[in-house]
Write a protein that binds this ligand. Structure first.
Ligand code: NAP
Length: 549
């Protein structure tokens, strides 16, 4: 940052009567890096975090088995060589406690804690047209004013529960895994029910099965899952990773998903069945998202390729599950592999070979109600000590809907987004001036920190531009927003994913208006590199599509 810009920020900040120049909402991966950039600029800024401490998703999801599906060394921040040299990831796919330690380490190392306020849930935000500021109301009754608001509220931070009759009557312990108890919570010898079989449940089911006396899994629809193949990282391996960091991040920047995985570009139809099998055997034994992202690109676009690969994975499942009836129940029949976000697993399928584990098909025998001692399905009554509702999230827009956000003319964001998000570049919203989103809806769906760093850098550059040019307001133009929405929709069209019955397309059976078929265009599916090129073009054209005043 030039001395001149620094002076402009200071003058701007000092001259204003508002409480802050920038308020960041959320102290997770994105919020931590955003406040680092603002602290470096000397801007009067704070982070408001609803939780009791920092970490976002890694603060909340403390269930056993919670860990990265991204390679640990591609998940860490890339902005500090010193940090990269200091930190040792102990596993290829870091477990939640280590990730939370990492985020605390970063925060302490760069002195960021002093900028953070915890236990502060934002309830409302109103834009003041005369002063170009936002008034931010907190649930504790406080009101703060700020020039700019940057949200870092996460994409899966609003858990949703089913609406079964009798849920309040249950006398045991029941919760969503997002709220896994912070105090030691021992399931040893307990009778446990799990409702839902998404990526979350698929991570914790094998862990709980080891200690519960009985584990009953209620599955409405199976998910395609594949082996994580995790392992430790030795000192020597970590040294070689450190030496490769520049190359690692360069590869992440160049690949659509922000990983080291690059698709096999030979062409599914151009190779023999034997060559396909050779690749798939190799991928099934590989770790992380290789099976998804190093596969033929046609897996994502071509029904035949997708069906063929799905049949391959189905056979792998049959080989791992002893009871053929159970195996068939674990194989999805309503969608192909990789159309929904692929959960990665460790001994998930073998868990169903245990005597203390039962799979109940909730499509065949639906849950009818929760009782004081357990639950009733259409044909049986069960008794449990613990019920875990691993029933997903109000993805992307849920965290925004919890805040009463009113922009120009008192227009409410909730109303604007009732049928799905509408944004400009996934960063701004027309009529919501001086408001930017990090990893908001309609940004590129990538390895989370890779996209978050990009968003923080772009947003910070925009603010620096505003300060340097003594500008007071940015507002995305309505027509630019419409063009972006159409582009986002268009990018879905070539992908089989457009049919997904998943949070990516906004499906959630527990929220009215989120029924299957009412697609919500939640992500930009054009990939990180294309997305970054678009952002750069906008900057180069002095923020094309944005009115600056
Ligand atoms: P999810 O994928 O949305 O799965 C929710 C599950 O609950 C589904 O099996 C769903 O069944 C079931 N369900 C919902 N409501 C139900 C009801 N009323 N009755 C019966 N079943 C019901 O949620 P998630 O597992 O929490 O995962 C969400 C996302 O979080 C993942 O896709 C992933 O991106 C992220 N995640 C990441 C990691 C990681 O990075 N390591 C780990 C965990 C999660 P239906 O399919 O029939 O609706």
């Amino acid at each position: 940052m030039s001395g001149q810009t620094a002076q402009a920020v200071t003058e701007n900040t000092v001259a204003a009567s508002r409480d802050y120049e920038v308020i960041v909402i959320g102290a997770g991966v994105a919020g931590i890096y955003q406040i680092k950039r603002l602290a470096d600029l000397g801007v009067k800024a704070t982070v408001l975090e609803a939780n009791g401490d920092l970490g976002g998703t890694w603060y909340n999801n403390r269930y056993p088995g919670a860990r990265f599906d991204s390679e640990s060394f591609t998940y860490g921040y890339s902005f500090s060589k010193e940090l990269l040299d200091e930190w040792h990831w102990s596993e290829q796919y870091s477990p939640q406690p280590e990730t939370l330690r990492y985020l605390n380490y970063v925060t302490e190392k760069f002195g960021l804690r002093e900028y953070m306020q915890f236990g502060c849930r934002v309830s409302a935000m109103v834009f003041n047209e005369n002063t170009d500021t936002w008034t931010v109301s907190l649930e504790d009754g406080r009101e703060l004013t700020t020039h700019f608001v940057i949200t870092a509220v996460g994409i899966l931070s609003t858990p949703t529960l089913p609406k079964f009759e009798g849920m309040d009557s249950f006398k045991g312990t029941a919760f969503h895994p997002f709220y896994w108890p912070h105090e030691p919570f021992d399931l040893t010898g307990k009778r446990v029910a799990v409702i839902g079989t998404g990526a979350t449940a698929i991570q914790f089911i094998p862990e709980i099965a080891k200690i519960a006396s009985d584990l009953t899994v209620f599955q409405r629809r199976p998910n395609w899952a594949a082996p994580l193949n995790n392992g430790p990282i030795s000192e020597e391996e970590m040294a070689s990773i450190r030496a490769r960091y520049d190359e690692i991040f360069a590869t992440c920047d160049r690949t659509p998903g922000g990983f080291e995985h690059e698709p096999d570009r030979r062409g599914y139809h151009d190779v023999t069945p034997e060559e396909r099998l050779e690749l798939w055997d190799r991928l099934y034994a590989s770790s992380g998202f290789a099976i998804w992202l190093r596969n033929f690109v046609e897996i994502f676009t071509d029904e035949e390729a997708n069906e063929d690969f799905s049949a391959y994975v189905a056979n792998r499942i049959r080989q791992r599950v002893n009871d053929p009836v159970v195996a068939e129940k674990l194989i999805p029949t309503d969608h192909g592999f990789g159309i929904q976000r692929v959960p990665l697993e460790t001994n998930y399928f073998e868990t169903y070979n245990r005597d203390n584990v039962e799979l109940v098909d909730s499509a065949e025998t639906p849950i009818q109600c929760i009782t004081p001692t357990g639950l009733k399905t259409s044909d049986r009554e069960f008794e449990f000590d613990v019920i875990i509702y691993a029933t997903g999230f109000d993805s992307f827009t849920g965290a925004f809907d919890r805040i009463d956000i009113r922009g120009l003319g008192g227009r409410k964001l909730r109303d604007k987004w009732a049928a799905g998000p509408i944004t400009y570049l996934g960063v701004m919203i027309n009529d919501m001036p001086n408001f930017a989103m990090l990893a908001g809806p309609q940004t590129a769906a990538t390895n989370f920190p890779r996209g978050a760093e990009l968003a923080v850098n772009w947003t910070t550059e925009l603010l620096e531009y505003m300060w340097a040019n003594k500008l007071s307001r940015f507002n995305a133009n309505e027509d630019a927003e419409q063009v972006w929405l159409e582009h986002v929709k268009e990018m879905y069209q070539g992908l089989l994913m457009r049919k997904a019955k998943s949070w990516i397309t906004g499906y959630n059976s527990n929220i009215e208006g989120h029924e299957y078929g009412k697609t919500r265009y939640n992500i930009y599916t054009g990939g990180g590199p294309k997305y970054l090129r678009t952002l750069k073009q906008v900057t180069e054209k002095d923020y094309d599509g944005v009115t600056l005043s």
